[in-house]
Write a protein that binds this ligand. Structure first.
Ligand SMILES: [Zn+2]
Length: 117
């Protein structure tokens, strides 16, 4: 009786491992890691805080245009906001986009937009 119970437990564990591995593989092949992810700094050189990870839904490629003053302010005050960088991928096989950003850069961007819009 004890032997049978152990065998059932083994089968359940094997199924759980297989299922977890399957979900892991599915997640990996359907998630696109944004361009520049590996080169993204661990710490924001301007705000000196650790950069964070986020995973977003893939909305495909979206074209946006920015005013020259925003481009200049971004370069100087919030270069790592990463709001639109690597936002989408044209291949719909990718369900999600994984990327990094600096939370303080995003705050600085919001403040700049509030002051300049
Ligand atoms: Zn920053």
């Amino acid at each position: 009786m004890k032997c049978i119970r152990n065998r059932k437990l083994l089968v359940v564990i094997a199924c759980a491992i297989t299922l977890a591995a399957g979900i892991g593989v599915y997640y990996r092949v359907t998630t696109f890691t944004s361009v520049g992810y590996d080169d993204f700094p661990e710490k924001c050189p301007i705000h000196n805080v650790k950069t964070k990870n986020e995973t977003l839904d893939n909305h495909g490629v979206v074209y946006r245009s920015f005013s020259a003053d925003l481009v200049e302010a971004k370069a100087q005050k919030f270069p790592f906001d990463a709001i639109y960088d690597g936002e989408g991928h044209p291949n719909q096989r990718y369900k999600r986009i994984r990327k990094k950003y600096c939370p303080h850069c995003r705050k600085a961007r919001e403040e700049w937009l509030a002051e300049n819009r």
